[in-house]
Design a protein around this ligand. Structure first.
Ligand SMILES: NC(=O)c1ccc[n+]([C@@H]2O[C@H](COP(=O)([O-])OP(=O)(O)OC[C@H]3O[C@@H](n4cnc5c(N)ncnc54)[C@H](O)[C@@H]3O)[C@@H](O)[C@H]2O)c1
Length: 360
């Protein structure tokens, strides 16, 4: 933390709708600052496809240094399908940051806000409140940039290590315990894998079982990813915390975002032992950029997750309260009838931001 007790936040708005959703999130944090004893210092820095187009790099060294110095990192979204490396893959500083800062726990909450329509029958009665924890530094993504492609075949290698898995499970059990302490009494932790087919996932599950034995207070379950996908769309309310390999988490967390209204609703955090990046689950949405349609809710809720993490890290009770205040303000905005264009309503970025600010 800076000498004057201000929390230093690195702000990487990125490309497409990234800057459009970042602006309201910062406005809300400034209002929190005015209402509490928290102080923020925001420093903006470049990253993404537009920066690559101008300089040939996904982000400058100065952005990495800023992130190293900051207390937390807020990121909008990066990448544009039309801007690519010579090997035809996309510019993804958001993924590079996960590797650089060893952000192994990708935390993707999916909570259905009352008043928001879910495509799942019964969700309005049962509610949805689950968290996908996606391992974010290895799994199939360990192969990023290293795949071997010949004219005849292509190979990518999946990596699961004991070091990362043990930290991932320790993090997941702690989250399940914290949610139980906050009132989620019927919850627990589910390990999602493909241990019936692949040795790497049998290894993953074995380490999960070892961690489970160390946490007898948390109810645990083990599911294969295919069966789990079907259960998630039939009875998402049966799930609390779920932990899984990188690629499975990449896919299932987009699906759980769909269960709660759409990509624009879902926040996320990439957390390591020391650093953390907070960003919405969605990408840069080139199809709606510049039209004022982007839903900033996921970005705003990611800022709330940042406050909760800072509270836990520095013992700042007022930051935890501020995070909850933001969540309640978002709920109040939706209870007041806000309906994003994303699910057929008429409210764009400005309306949603205004409603949340008013509810604060
Ligand atoms: N974390 C990140 O920075 C991140 C994540 C995913 C994709 N990307 C990049 O974003 C670009 C577009 O990817 P994509 O189209 O697969 O995914 P996307 O999440 O950008 O868009 C998918 C769909 O969801 C809609 N959507 C997304 N966010 C929304 C919001 N806040 N409000 C309303 N609607 C929203 C879009 O309009 C689009 O129809 C690609 O270049 C991709 O690499 C970046």
């Amino acid at each position: 933390m800076s000498a004057n007790n201000a929390l230093h936040i690195a702000v990487l708005a990125g490309d497409g709708i990234g800057p459009e959703v970042m602006a309201p999130a910062l406005e809300i944090l400034r209002k929190i600052e005015a209402k509490s004893d928290l102080k923020f210092r925001f420093t903006e820095a470049p990253a993404g496809a537009n920066h690559y187009r101008e300089t040939g790099r996904s982000m400058p060294d100065s952005t990495i240094r800023l992130c190293e110095e900051a207390d937390a990192i807020l990121l909008g979204a990066c990448g544009l399908p039309s801007v690519r490396y010579p090997d035809n893959t996309e510019i993804m500083p958001q993924v590079e940051l996960r590797f650089h800062f060893d952000l192994y726990a990708g935390v993707r909450p999916a909570r259905l806000i009352p008043g928001v329509p879910s495509p799942i029958v019964g969700a309005d009665r049962h509610g949805i409140d689950l968290v996908v924890i996606r391992e974010s530094t290895e799994g199939l993504f360990a192969s990023m940039g290293k795949g071997v492609v010949t004219h005849e075949e292509a190979r990518e290698t999946l990596v699961i290590t004991r070091k990362t898995s043990e930290r991932l499970f320790a993090f997941s059990f702690r989250l399940a315990e914290r949610r139980k302490a906050r009132g989620r009494l019927d919850g627990g932790l589910t390990c999602v894998d493909k241990a019936n087919v692949f040795k790497a996932f049998a290894f993953f599950r074995e380490m999960f079982d070892e961690a489970a034995a160390r946490h007898p207070d948390v109810k645990t379950d083990r599911l294969y990813v295919d069966a789990c996908s079907a259960m998630l769309v039939k009875r998402p309310w049966d799930f609390d915390v779920m932990v899984m390999e990188n690629m499975f988490g990449d896919i299932l967390s987009d699906m759980t975002a769909g269960l709660i209204g759409g990509m624009g609703m879902a926040p996320s955090a990439d957390i390591g032992d020391r650093y953390a990046v907070f960003q919405p689950c969605h990408g840069t949405a080139p199809d709606i950029m510049g039209q004022g349609k982007a839903n900033p809710t996921g970005m705003i809720l990611s800022a709330a997750m940042m406050l909760d993490w800072l509270a836990d890290k520095h013992g700042l009770e007022s930051a935890a309260e501020a995070g909850e205040t933001i969540e309640r303000a978002v709920d109040k905005a939706y209870a007041g009838g806000i309906k994003p264009t994303e699910f057929g309503g008429s409210n764009g970025t400005a309306d949603i931001a205004k409603a949340v600010l008013a509810a604060l």
